[in-house]
Design a binder for this molecule. Structure first.
Ligand code: ASP
Length: 349
């Protein structure tokens, strides 16, 4: 064979190899989960549960609340449909709810017995069972972002009070002054609770609608990963230092890819003792109960029997979304695996 012919054959062989390699790489890429178009994604959010009766809210406030819920759920969903992670969807939706004055978290946080806004938050991701939480923090603009930092940038799961605030400053988390967190509506609630109370009984003497409006999000991303997050100001007129279920992993928040992701709202003292979020996931994992039934058994059964009021939002790895509560209402919204958008407040919606 003459030299030019060898060159031609080599060039031909090279082209074939390049085409083959490109094909193999394209196929391999197409099989990575992020590029699989039909993997379900789903998201649900809550803005608290309680005695929310029709007519309690003015028409304009109700409209605004529904708009904020829809905006937050759509923002989280947009992250999921563009291939973002469930953790990112959770922090995005919760940050928007924390920035709204309508919910008991971040800007709209209730006042404790000292007239301070003392906040709790947590986040968990279902792939590696990593979690982060903060309790009794002051002036942190978005406690959910601090909880995320505890999860990603510390060796701990839970930080509280001044230690958590010091960590926040080191991590560049935003702080706001007291005025940012002052809202007329929450102050009125606080005054009412204080006036009605008598020592410790004041902490429990108010109607539930004044306690429960914590925010939370659960999400399933296109990689099949679940995440859950919860953020709250706790209970109006609570004793300072009181910590509810929201920052307690297994009580107010839980996520495990083998079962489900749950975020709770309600009377924290009961949710802690009933380990609500973990109990629902454990029933799904070990008893192979459907998510809807497990949630009913815990919220309508165990929790109600103990005398606890509240609700949960949850999602499983198939994208089934559940919004379950034993109170007259729960601020809630979801976008399921088929893309159906749902926004509701009352229990008959
Ligand atoms: N679960 C929260 C707490 O007890 C209150 C709420 O859901 O609004 O701190």
């Amino acid at each position: 064979m003459k030299k030019p012919e060898i060159k031609v054959i080599r060039r031909f062989a090279c082209s074939v190899l390049t085409i083959l390699l490109t094909g193999v790489l394209t196929m391999a890429h197409a099989q990575t989960p992020s590029a699989v178009p039909n993997r379900p994604t789903a998201i649900a959010i809550h803005g608290g549960s309680g005695t929310i009766n029709k007519g309690d809210l003015s028409a304009s406030k109700e409209r605004e609340i529904r708009k904020t819920l829809e905006h937050a759920v759509r923002a989280g969903h947009a992250i999921l449909t563009s291939g973002g992670s469930s953790v990112e969807a959770v922090t995005t939706a919760i940050t928007l709810l924390e920035n709204s004055p309508h919910f008991n978290a971040g800007k709209g946080a209730v006042f404790n017995a000292e007239g301070k806004n003392e906040m709790d938050a947590s986040i968990m991701e279902g792939a590696g069972l990593n979690a982060g939480s903060v309790a009794a923090v002051h002036n942190v603009r978005n406690p959910i972002l601090l909880a995320e930092k505890v999860m990603t940038d510390s060796i701990h799961v839970m930080l509280m009070g001044q230690g958590a605030e010091q960590f926040a400053r080191q991590q560049g988390i935003s702080f706001e002054d007291d005025e940012y967190f002052w809202t007329e509506y929450r102050w009125q609630q606080f005054e009412k609770a204080r006036a009605a109370g008598d020592g410790d009984t004041s902490y429990l003497s108010e109607t539930p609608d004044q306690w429960f409006s914590t925010v939370g999000t659960v999400a399933l991303d296109s990689q099949g990963n679940l995440a859950a997050g919860t953020s709250t100001g706790g209970m109006t007129n609570k004793r300072w230092g009181r910590v509810g279920d929201s920052p307690i992993i297994g009580a107010g928040t839980y996520a495990d890819n083998r079962s489900c992701a749950v975020s709770a709202t309600g009377h924290g003292e009961y949710f802690i003792r009933a380990t609500v979020a973990r109990d629902i996931c454990a029933r799904v994992q070990y008893r192979e109960t459907s998510l809807a039934l497990a949630a009913d058994q815990v919220i309508g059964g165990q929790l109600a029997e103990m005398g606890g009021d509240g609700g949960i939002i949850a999602v499983d790895p198939e994208g089934n979304v559940v919004l379950t509560f034993n109170t007259p209402g729960m601020y809630r919204a979801s976008i399921d695996a088929e893309g159906n958008v749902y926004v509701a407040i009352y229990n008959d919606e």
